[in-house]
Ligand binder design. Structure first.
Ligand SMILES: C[S@@+](CC[C@H](N)C(=O)[O-])C[C@H]1O[C@@H](n2cnc3c(N)ncnc32)[C@H](O)[C@@H]1O
Length: 269
């Protein structure tokens, strides 16, 4: 798909007219019309704003083909929700710490099939969520619709998507081990910079333990495991409100195994 088609498809998905989109971008509706017809292209410096207004990434606008993990795509194609539809227990801790008594914006990074994003939205937060898997995103959209709520879901890769707005709560569960190790510092700094004052970053990350065997699946996938306790060091200059490490049994994929996960809720002072 060329950029014009992508703009048209996304615009229509959001129910925006060309005029409404043009007004948001400060251009004429004729300009939007020309982009969609393919007779001209948006200026490159307009791409981040255009992507934000269309709830997508600049990569997606440019037709970037994501290299997704077949493992998740295959599971997300099933009707059943692989991760279930009940929220992660950390979401409850977050709600207690930052109840939605005023409009609060949440970002869920690597939202999977959307159970946590939808939970936040149902509880009155304004939620944006992305995942590498298009199948996961589509399922998240269906879950939100079924629950009568709305989440701005889109496909993006956490290694190259950068935020164009601030959030009150940035949440990510079981995804940071897909972050390239050389990007850990820059991405966590970027997330911190895009968190409002007193806002939270709630991160759950799988970590290595010498006594837990690494599965073949993990060895073959693009996973870069973290050291136990490492995530906390990236937030040493914030208030660490919760830090925990848990080892638990898991049966995902039908093979019993163990995981160790570090759970951190840090607050922007
Ligand atoms: C263990 S699942 C967790 C899903 C969800 N957070 C949950 O707790 O239900 C890991 C998720 O990370 C997503 N993922 C993997 N690599 C990613 C990347 N580079 N960018 C964004 N999401 C990614 C996968 O598609 C998958 O949905």
């Amino acid at each position: 798909m060329n950029i014009g088609n992508v703009i048209m498809v996304k615009r229509k998905e959001l129910g925006l007219t060309q005029q409404v989109l043009a007004d948001k971008l400060g251009v004429s509706f004729q300009a939007v019309s020309k982009w969609e017809k393919g007779t001209s292209y948006p200026d490159i410096d307009l791409l981040p704003l255009l992507a934000a207004e269309l709830n997508t990434s600049s990569d997606a606008l440019l037709g970037y083909e994501y290299k997704t993990h077949g493992y998740y795509d295959d599971r997300y194609k099933e009707n059943e929700y692989f991760w279930g539809v009940q929220p992660n227990e950390t979401c409850l801790d977050i709600i207690k710490m930052m109840p939605p008594v005023k409009p609060l914006k949440v970002l869920d990074i690597g939202c999977g099939e959307g159970k946590d994003a939808v939970f936040f939205a149902r509880n009155g937060y304004q939620v944006t969520a992305f995942d590498l898997s298009k199948d996961g995103i589509e399922k998240g959209k269906r879950l939100a619709e079924k629950c009568g709520t709305h989440v701005d879901f889109f496909q993006a890769d956490l290694n190259d998507y950068r935020l164009s707005e601030n959030y009150d709560i940035i949440f990510s569960s079981g995804v940071f081990d897909y972050m390239k190790p050389e990007l850990r510092t820059s991405i966590t700094e970027h997330l911190k910079e895009h968190t409002n004052a007193n806002g939270l970053n709630a991160i759950k990350v799988f970590v290595d333990k010498p006594f837990i065997e690494v599965s073949d699946k993990k060895k073959k996938s693009f996973r870069y495991t973290w050291k136990s306790g490492e995530i906390f060091t990236y937030y040493h200059d914030w208030v660490i409100s919760q830090m925990n490490e848990r080892i638990y049994d898991c049966n995902s994929g039908g093979v019993p195994h163990k995981h160790c996960i570090d759970i951190m809720i840090a607050q922007n002072p």
